[in-house]
Design a protein around this ligand. Sequence first.
Ligand code: FMN
Length: 160
Amino acid sequence: MAMDLEAKKVLLRKIPHGLFICGVREDDEVNGFTASWVTQGSFEPPLVVIAVRAEGSSHGIIQRTKRFSLNVLRFDQKDLAAVFFKPQKALGGRFENAPFVNGELGLPLLEDAIGGVECEVIGEVIHGDHSIFVAEVKSALLNSDAEALNLSSTGWSYGG
Ligand SMILES: Cc1cc2nc3c(=O)[nH]c(=O)nc-3n(C[C@H](O)[C@H](O)[C@H](O)COP(=O)(O)O)c2cc1C
């Protein structure tokens, strides 16, 4: 029997999501993009799971470098999240008005965010239009704790 596609969409969109800026670096090139398909996968070692669009520019960088950062946005940073999913003139251009520091692994950590973690990929599932990367958290920088931005508060949807 054919799947009820509308039911699938309604149900999958009920999965709650946060909103993060995933940062990547390859040599001198830095890039970042908005990601909502992120979750924790283990306490010990601390693992996170992220789904990355196979056709995006960051996908190949993560595959090659086996690293990425996850920046946790504050509840009032919806505009910044929008900057990081819109097309950019050149790779990394989205960081123009979003200053960052380099973390211990050299990955971009936004100065004006709740904080960020740097992760090393330990596994991947390459299948479908997004690839799943499982990664171990190697460093954590907390700038200032606050309520985090979540997808449902923005009125946007990514899923279904
Ligand atoms: C609300 C929202 C959530 C998103 N979540 C993800 C995500 O979890 N993973 C992903 O790869 N792209 C996600 N995207 C899309 C990327 O932000 C977008 O494709 C971006 O342009 C990719 O940048 P890049 O090609 O420079 O890597 C999301 C977009 C929006 C609007």
